[in-house]
Ligand binder design. Structure first.
Ligand SMILES: Nc1nc2c(ncn2[C@@H]2O[C@H](COP(=O)(O)OP(=O)(O)O)[C@@H](O)[C@H]2O)c(=O)[nH]1
Ligand SMILES: [Mg+2]
Length: 344
């Protein structure tokens, strides 16, 4: 039996009203104990509604909507709410947190997993998340040993974590020598002038970031200033910002152009890496030595192979096989434990 404390929250606004509505949810025997101590009488049975005294605080109606859930409806005075909050806290109930807080937000959902999914959908950054999230309640319900007790141990697989990039944008950091075309590339991807692109070195005096949609995957794209010996204080500060972005990058793109060479830059050890040769439209691009080390050759000016770059970054961060995998996705912490091979 679960010993998780019951959750207690209000679904009416924190303002005076005739009636207020509060929810008590948790293990059936625990909420029955809480209601018995609060009212001095047995809790209503599932499906029943009863009038009860809430100790010396007030009187009102209790509706037992399910084994694990009851609605309490006292009068809607703010003082009554405060006193009930304090009494319920004394009895061990607490405000829902994390995974459970989804319960409060989606009363129309049929169960906890659907509420959690709707909560996540509401804050998912990427269009690619929509269908996959919508499919999750059915996948979790089909798990034989599932019990919906919030798991305390982190049970995320690498796939679970990669797929979370659909919800919270991954960080893509572009590095490379001055004049490689880093700012031009960002502007081309963003479809507008986000960064100043100019052939004078030191033009990017700020670590510019933009949230961009890479064919369904939304990422935070960081344009960094080239590092030079004679940087002024503003450029140096920008370079420090860039170093910080690099340290927590999910992906580092080394960008260069014909004649500028490859410059390996340190970054998060776990970051995915890609080498891209830009300015393929130039006449000297076909035979330049940088071509040999490039994963991809593009032109930020003409747009050549930009669609390939977009697909490549998207599919590296969130592989299509992760999306196609029919296994349930642990899209937030606190979801039920899946049966392991040993327990299944
Ligand atoms: N021919 C050509 N020039 C480019 C391309 N991308 C950028 N440039 C030019 O290269 C210069 C430096 O570009 P910028 O984006 O400021 O480079 P950054 O220093 O890496 O940010 C500018 O004059 C751009 O117009 C490209 O694909 N082809
Ligand atoms: Mg620049």
């Amino acid at each position: 039996m679960s010993t998780v404390a019951p959750a207690w929250w209000w679904s009416t606004a924190h303002a005076p009203g005739a009636i207020a509505v509060a929810h008590l949810e948790g293990d059936a025997r625990i909420i029955e104990g809480v209601l018995r101590t609060l009212t001095g009488k047995d809790a209503p049975r599932t499906g029943e509604v009863a009038w009860r005294r809430f100790g010396t605080i007030d009187d009102g109606v209790i509706a037992r909507t399910s084994n694990q859930h009851a609605l309490l409806m006292p009068h809607g005075g703010t003082r009554i709410r405060e006193l009930l909050d304090a009494r319920l806290a004394e009895l061990g109930a607490r405000a829902p947190t994390g995974y459970e807080s989804a319960r409060a937000s989606w009363p129309e959902a049929t169960d906890s997993i659907e509420r959690a999914m709707l909560n996540t959908l509401a804050c998912a950054a990427s269009p690619l998340a929509i269908d996959l999230l919508a499919a999750q309640p059915a996948r979790w319900r089909n798990q034989p040993a599932q019990n919906f007790t919030p798991a305390t141990q982190p049970l995320c697989t690498p796939r679970d974590l990669r797929l979370r990039r659909l919800i919270t944008p991954a960080r893509v950091v572009v590095t490379g020598p001055a004049n490689a075309g880093k700012s031009t590339l960002l502007n081309a991807l963003a479809g507008r002038a986000v960064a100043i692109a100019h052939h004078a070195p030191g033009t990017t005096r700020d670590a510019v970031a933009a949230r961009i949609n890479l064919a369904g995957l939304v990422v935070d794209w960081f344009d960094t200033p080239g590092v030079r010996a004679d940087m002024d204080p503003i450029e140096r500060a920008a370079a420090e910002l860039a170093a910080r972005a690099l340290a927590c990058a999910d992906m580092v793109i080394e960008l260069t152009a014909p004649g500028l060479g490859w410059h390996a830059i340190a970054g998060a050890p776990t970051a995915l890496r890609m080498r891209v040769l830009n300015q393929s439209d130039r006449s000297d691009a076909a035979a330049c030595p940088e071509r040999a080390g490039a994963d991809l050759v593009i032109s930020a000016h003409t747009g050549a192979a930009i669609d390939k770059l977009v697909a490549c970054v998207r599919d590296s961060l969130v592989p299509p096989t992760d999306i196609a995998d029919p296994a349930p996705w642990r899209f937030m912490d606190g979801l039920p434990a899946l049966p392991t091979a040993a327990s299944a």
